[in-house]
Design a protein around this ligand. Structure first.
Ligand SMILES: C[S@@+](CC[C@H](N)C(=O)[O-])C[C@H]1O[C@@H](n2cnc3c(N)ncnc32)[C@H](O)[C@@H]1O
Length: 354
């Protein structure tokens, strides 16, 4: 690494330290409210993140390589001309041109200037997903770490469902990216044929559809905003949001939860898997550097840190809300939609569970 590069990193880290401390420690109502309720990304975030994001991105790739993830090989597969042509074909078939993108989705994200709205982010999705959990357990390789995290999700869902596991018909994976989480759901519930992945990035769902065809999984992918989906009400028995909510502002979270309630059948189950804010608040788990490198590529993370998912689910009318530890960093929240009867005027009558 040359001296210029080192100076740049040190300067950027200096900016980030000032920024992060200012943001995290300042508890004035204005800042907290802005982070919690505003769709806009704070301007300070943009100023600091732009010079830093490239370094953060390089650091993520470097960390993946150290963990034995062959970043280039995994990514290049989606760049092979025949595969890339197929991806583009999927995009032109599946992209819903009438989708209106919320401003928060068009921010720089994860070190990509166009956030999730570009091919490189989609092509790197598999490698990035593998590297996400790579350091969760000491001495465990990245592939096993990912399997453990995903296996824990499935097994936590199954233990919540109990015997009803067999009654599940439709499953929706919301914020599915390139379909890795959806494929794990398919493996966990092999009997269910009706499995959908939904994402707001047409690039990501094209990767999902491409992989579905390659692996013959028969998963259906849909390009839509989770705040307002094209599905009719009561379409699913199980809806899972894997690592979605730390990536959206808090008012979008509320709208997505409303929509999930609409899409679930009576007695259906909503599952949220994401970083446990309690883990990060009391943090002994992440090095300061790793934390900053993560935060600088996540424009909505501070609002998420202040959120209380258990309360959100209860406020949205979910019952039997349970929060469990899924792995060293993430929690899983599960809640059930009440038994309901639909009346003629399309409003609901709720029956208390006996
Ligand atoms: C961290 S990724 C999810 C990863 C994936 N579920 C997994 O477990 O590997 C979050 C995803 O949510 C998507 N997303 C963000 N806002 C969304 C919205 N309003 N509607 C639908 N998808 C959204 C992003 O495009 C991104 O693919």
């Amino acid at each position: 690494m040359n001296i210029m590069n080192s100076c740049m990193i040190i300067f950027n880290l200096f900016c980030l330290i000032i920024y992060a401390n200012g943001f995290v420690l300042k508890s004035s109502k204005v800042v907290r409210n802005m982070a919690l309720y505003d769709d806009k990304v704070p301007s300070a975030w943009k100023i600091v993140s732009i010079p830093l994001k490239e370094q953060a991105r390089r650091w993520f790739i470097q960390r993946a390589l150290i963990k034995g993830i062959d970043w280039d090989k995994l990514t290049d597969y989606y760049k092979v001309p025949t595969n890339f042509a197929e991806l583009q074909e999927w995009k032109s078939k599946m992209e819903n041109l009438s989708v209106v993108y919320p401003a928060y989705f068009l921010q720089p994200f994860h070190g990509y200037d166009e956030g999730n709205m570009n091919w490189l982010a989609a092509q790197e999705n598999e490698a990035a997903s593998l590297s996400m959990c790579a350091n969760y357990w000491k001495g465990v390789c990245a592939a096993d770490s990912e399997r453990w995290v995903r296996y824990n999700i499935t097994s936590n869902i199954k233990s919540y469902l109990g015997n009803e596991d067999n009654l599940i018909d439709g499953i929706l994976d919301v914020g599915c990216s390139g379909g890795i989480s959806t494929e794990y759901l398919k493996r966990g519930f092999p009997r269910v044929s009706n499995i959908y992945g939904l994402d707001l990035s047409p690039y990501f769902i094209s990767v999902g559809a491409f992989r579905s065809k390659q692996q013959n999984t028969n998963i259906q992918y849909v390009h839509a905003n989770a705040e307002q989906t094209p599905f009719s009400r009561e379409s699913f028995d199980l809806i899972v949001c894997n690592f979605l909510f730390h990536e959206v502002p808090q008012n979008a979270t509320q709208k997505i939860l409303d929509e999930m309630m609409r899409l679930l059948r009576p007695n259906g189950v909503l599952v949220v898997v994401d970083i446990d804010p309690e883990n990060l608040k009391n943090d002994a788990l992440l090095s300061q550097f790793r934390r900053w490198a993560f935060e600088v590529t996540e424009p909505h993370i501070y609002g998420y840190y202040d959120s209380n998912m258990t309360k959100y689910l209860e406020d949205h009318g979910f019952e039997n809300v349970v929060k469990k530890t899924n792995d060293p960093i993430n929690a899983i929240w599960l809640g059930r939609k009440q038994e309901v009867t639909q009346t003629y005027n399309d409003s609901y009558v709720y029956y208390a569970a006996v």
